[in-house]
Structures are given as structure tokens and as C-alpha cells.
Write a protein that binds this ligand. Structure first.
Ligand SMILES: Cc1ncc(C[n+]2csc(CCOP(=O)(O)OP(=O)(O)O)c2C)c(N)n1
Ligand SMILES: [Mg+2]
Length: 356
């Protein structure tokens, strides 16, 4: 086996192992996901995520945002592709790198900026910051920085959906590092035993902080992580929104029909450092030089290429609309109030625990 510079192990002869990798690898098909409208809509979601995060990066660099921010830039096709397969009442659960999941599921842009700026108008009242996003009204039940922390909660939500006799599916987004947490495997098993409607989405960006997967594992086989627990897994090119959507749609509709959980390993790469606005480094440690190749696999450019083949070339006006939306939302978020210091213990203790 060899490892390509983009970090995907290749079989002899250059075939990527269990991967649909490679620009434009997904064939055009006569389904909704190859209509200009669908592609424009997904491109718009990905662009919103990217421009929103660039705005956050600028505020981090300026010292205006003080909470740790883990940027999603480069991974947008995963959130946008999966969200396209979800209904408003399906639930989404995330981790420390979840701005994209929040926006793709329909979370308010202004409330995201307000949250990272620590304003009371933030989606968690300005108390949570970048890593604690919630917006139950659009199905975002929580993002939590404890690695894999929300995965059992997604299984619980799927259990609740089953007990209510509903059709809602829960989606747990987590990274490749999260698959090293024991309770993630307990979650896979419980979901399989009860055939729960949950999709486990592993965003394998090849690194856990600055540690490459090959420093943490013997084999490149995260798509098989559920197999021992009887949860089927699929590896998909995570920079291809169409491929992600098709795989997620298949799994989610199966879960709705009562066929149980599945796991999607989406191969992707973050462009920025593990935390903060810098490019490619974590605590001063640079990665292995893969970034240049992954910049060429830009998920936005790949949708734009598909649109061009369908005759849609000029995206500039749409780009301006998104930029203006982001600028307006930042301005409104900045104008919000900071939390009152006297209320710092509010929401910390339950009433009964405080009672004499
Ligand atoms: C239980 C736990 N252990 C360790 C950490 C410190 N930590 C924060 S992010 C991270 C890396 C997670 O990597 P991965 O799951 O691949 O997600 P990525 O950052 O690549 O999106 C670690 C180890 C933590 N927050 N929680
Ligand atoms: Mg990772």
C-alpha cells in the first residue's frame, strides 16, 4: 500500500481504498441532486458556511472573538449534503467543529455570530460560544466539545422518536478522532440492538488535532467501525456534496423505514488549523503537506463545475447576496448586549439543587 499526498491509502495500481475519491468521480444521474436548482441551493448553503466562517476567522484574528473556534472550511459538502436529506424535525447533534452543521440545518446566522461574540442574543444566550450551539426549533439539539459527547444523545433522540412512533431520524456528526472513544462503540451497539433511526456521520479529515490517523491506527478502515456492532458502513468522498447526499439519503430513508442505523465515513480535510484562524497548523505543528492537494478538491468549486456543465456559469450575483447577508448579520450580532455579570450563575444549578 502507498499513501497519496492527500492522505488516502491507495491499493497497488492507484485505486483508492474503498473510496469514491477524485474530482467529478460521481456520475450525473437523472435524480433531483443533479438539477441546477438543487445544485445551486447546496452551493448556496456551502458558500454561506464558508463566508460565515471567514467572517469568524477575521474576528478571531482581530481579538474580537475570544472563545476557541474550530473552523469547518473545506468540509462544507458533508454538512450541506447530509442536511439535504433531512426534514425539519430530524435532529442533528455535533461537536466542537459544528458551525457548518448548525447553518446547514437552518440555524440563524445572526444568532451564530452573536454566540461566538458572547452576546445575549446568541443561540445559547452568549454563554456557550462556538462549541455549544443549540437551536431546537430547527432540530439542532446540541453541539458539545467533549469529543463524541453528543453521539449517545443522538441515539437517545432516535430512541425517543421510536417510542413516539414517529419517523424522525437523528444524525450524529463526529470526527475520526471520536471513533477512538469507547462510548461511541456502545452507542453503535445500542442503536443496532434496537434498530434505531440514527445515522452516524464520521467526518474523517485525517487528523485528530495534529495527529495523523496513521499515528493512531494500524489500518485505514473507519468505514468498518460499525461492522462488529452490525451497523453497515459506507465510505464516501466527503468533498462531493452530491455523493454525500446520495449516500446519506439512502441511509436516512432506510432508517425511517425501520431498517436501523448506519455509518457514513466522509473523507475530507479541514483547511485551517485545528483551532483558530491560522492555516494548516495546530499548536505550532504543521501537517504533512496535504493541504495544496485538498485545495484542488474544493467542495464549492466541484459543485460550480457541475453547474457549469449544466449551463449555469455566473454565480457572482449570488455570491454578493451571501456576502451582504453575512455582513448584515455580523453587524446586528455586534450590536447585541453582553450578558449581565450578576446573572452568571443562571442556568448553572437546577432550582431544586439550590433550595435550602
Ligand atoms: C473526551 C475528549 N478528549 C479530548 C479532547 C480534546 N480534543 C478536542 S478536539 C480533539 C480532536 C478531535 O479530532 P476529531 O474527532 O478527528 O475531530 P476534528 O477536530 O478533526 O474535527 C481533541 C483530542 C476533548 N475535547 N474531549
Ligand atoms: Mg479529525
Amino acid at each position: 500500500m502507498s499513501t497519496s499526498t492527500c492522505g488516502i491509502k491507495e491499493l497497488p495500481g492507484g485505486t483508492p481504498a474503498r473510496d469514491e475519491a477524485g474530482p467529478a468521480a460521481t456520475p450525473f444521474r437523472a435524480d433531483g441532486a443533479d438539477s441546477p436548482d438543487w445544485l445551486l441551493q447546496r452551493w448556496g448553503v456551502m458558500l454561506l458556511i464558508r463566508r460565515a466562517e471567514e467572517a469568524i476567522a477575521a474576528m478571531v484574528e482581530a481579538g474580537e472573538v475570544r472563545c476557541p473556534c474550530h473552523l469547518y472550511i473545506g468540509q462544507e459538502a458533508v454538512a450541506a449534503g447530509v442536511a439535504a436529506a433531512l426534514t425539519p424535525s430530524d435532529t442533528v447533534w455535533g461537536g466542537h467543529r459544528s458551525h457548518g452543521h448548525y447553518l446547514a440545518k437552518g440555524g440563524s446566522l445572526e444568532k451564530l455570530f452573536a454566540e461566538v461574540l458572547g452576546r445575549t442574543s446568541g443561540c445559547s444566550g452568549g454563554r456557550g460560544g462556538s462549541m455549544h450551539l443549540a437551536s431546537p426549533e430547527v432540530g439542532i439539539f446540541g453541539t458539545v466539545p467533549i469529543v463524541a459527547g453528543t453521539v449517545p444523545l443522538a441515539v437517545g433522540a432516535a430512541f425517543a422518536s421510536r417510542m413516539r412512533g414517529g419517523k424522525d431520524v437523528a444524525v450524529a456528526f463526529f470526527g475520526d478522532g471520536a471513533l477512538e472513544e469507547g462510548h461511541l462503540h456502545e452507542s453503535l451497539n445500542l442503536a443496532a440492538v434496537y434498530r434505531l433511526p440514527v445515522l452516524f456521520v464520521c467526518e474523517n479529515n485525517l487528523y485528530s488535532s495534529h495527529l495523523h490517523w496513521s499515528e493512531r491506527r494500524v489500518a485505514d478502515n473507519l468505514d468498518l467501525a460499525g461492522e462488529f456492532h452490525s451497523v453497515p458502513g459506507t465510505r464516501v468522498d466527503g468533498n462531493d456534496a452530491v455523493a454525500v447526499y446520495r449516500a446519506a439519503h439512502r441511509a436516512i430513508e432506510g432508517a425511517r423505514r425501520g431498517e436501523g442505523p448506519s455509518l457514513l465515513e466522509c473523507r475530507t480535510f479541514r483547511w485551517r488549523g485545528h483551532v483558530g484562524a491560522g492555516w494548516d497548523t495546530d499548536v505550532g505543528v504543521a501537517r504533512r503537506g496535504e493541504l495544496a492537494e485538498w485545495l484542488n478538491r474544493d467542495p464549492l468549486a466541484r459543485v460550480a463545475e457541475r453547474l457549469a456543465v449544466l449551463g449555469v456559469h455566473d454565480l457572482a450575483a449570488r455570491e454578493r447576496v451571501v456576502l451582504n447577508r453575512v455582513a448584515d448579520a455580523v453587524a446586528r450580532a455586534r450590536a447585541g448586549a453582553s450578558p449581565d455579570r450578576g446573572r452568571v450563575l443562571q442556568h448553572v444549578w437546577a432550582e431544586a439543587a439550590c433550595a435550602p
